[in-house]
Design a protein around this ligand. Structure first.
Ligand SMILES: *Cc1c(COP(=O)(O)O)cnc(C)c1O
Length: 357
């Protein structure tokens, strides 16, 4: 399918933010967005890049009632000489289609998906910030639009991609986070939709996150829903523990989001000769390691921050400090390695970087 492009007129264009230190996250969108429609009788149609605008929905649009909404998050990075890179976009495209399948939503042709991302980013390329650590965030989204109140997988959908410049996550340096282990609430459970990037998972997580934040914590550490024993994720990121010389992250058992960054960390660490285990890890084992002095580093992983060091863990009325609350050596090394691959500053032995401009 061809993508039609309608360019914004000079009057429709917004000023590109000049101060890259004030970009923040998710507050600014560019001049254009991509969208296309789906009907069960005709498949995807009307692929279009057009001036950014609100979308219109019928009040009975099914996404508003039964929650068929999935999304993705990836970034475009500007290299030293103005090159434009994406990082493992195919992984995001595959994950979106895996989320779609579970949510009874239609798949998007991967080539068309990639073409839409490329064309949109290149059209608004002047919006990609230049500072180290800044990037252009890309948010592909799919919603059920069929106007109907009966419960069934919708027959009509809208797929759209919005993009916007985002600031450096660590503009004020790394500050290790304080996390709160909740035993009262869970994010997902094996057999549910925890492995999908679905809005519903976020809705389910907000309450416990708010409670943790009210008590001065950055995020919640989620435990498995059945035994409330093994760690799963932290906030909306994956989690890693360095105990002794073993780097441990929970296995993809269905309730955990298969992060692209998680997978990149695993591959890089293995390549460095670190013993990496994807295995269940209980709070008991973590506490024992903490007492024994072998709990060396804890960090979260995700596209937004790459890796985010955890300095303190609160569990059952006790605060456990990791690495004296400082960023760990491996955490920092992983951060630099991935960042340098993303910005084209380093060789890319895994073939993850995709140059589009
Ligand atoms: C997006 C997301 C992650 C991180 O995935 P990346 O592909 O590394 O950005 C982890 N956990 C949850 C719940 C997420 O939604």
């Amino acid at each position: 399918m061809q993508i039609e492009i309608h360019q914004a007129s000079p009057e429709q264009r917004k000023p590109i933010p000049a101060d890259e230190s004030k970009l923040g996250f998710g507050k600014i969108v560019t001049d254009h967005f991509f969208n296309m429609k789906y009907h069960a009788d005709r498949g995807w149609y009307d692929a279009l890049i057009e001036p950014y605008r609100p979308i219109q929905l019928d009040p009975t649009a099914m996404c508003l009632h039964y929650g068929q909404e999935i999304f993705e998050g990836l970034k475009a990075y500007r290299g030293k000489n103005g090159e434009i890179y994406l990082f493992r976009p195919t992984a995001n495209i595959e994950r979106m289609n895996s989320s779609a399948e579970r949510m009874c939503m239609p798949a998007v042709d991967p080539d068309l998906f990639m073409d839409a991302v490329k064309k949109l980013v290149l059209l608004d390329r002047n919006w990609i910030p230049k500072g180290r650590g800044t990037s252009l965030y890309i948010r592909p989204t799919m919603i059920a639009t069929e106007p109907a109140l009966g419960v069934h997988p919708a027959n009509e959908y809208l797929f759209f991609i919005v993009i916007g410049p985002v600031g450096a996550y660590y503009s004020e340096g790394f500050s290790p986070t304080k996390i709160y282990v909740t035993e009262d609430y869970v994010r997902s459970v094996r057999g549910s939709i925890g492995y999908c990037k679905a809005a519903a998972n976020y809705a389910a997580s907000l309450y416990a996150s708010r409670l943790a934040m009210e008590q001065g914590y950055t995020q919640v550490l989620w435990l498995d829903a059945i035994e409330r024993k093994n760690v799963e994720e932290v906030g909306t990121s994956n989690i890693f523990f360095l105990i002794g010389d073993e780097l441990i992250t929970p296995p993809l058992s269905g309730s955990i989001l298969p992060g692209v960054t998680r997978n990149s960390v695993i591959q890089i660490a293995k390549n460095w000769g670190i013993r990496v285990s994807e295995r269940p890890l209980s709070m008991d084992e973590i506490l024992a390691a903490s007492s024994a002095g072998t709990l060396r580093e804890v960090f979260a992983s995700g596209t937004a921050a790459i890796v985010s060091p955890v300095g303190q863990i609160y569990y059952r009325e006790k605060l456990h400090v990791i690495n004296e609350g400082k960023i760990g050596e491996i955490t920092e090394k992983l951060y630099n390695e991935i960042l340098q691959i993303q910005y084209g500053e380093k060789e890319d032995p895994f073939g993850w970087r995709v140059r589009i401009g």
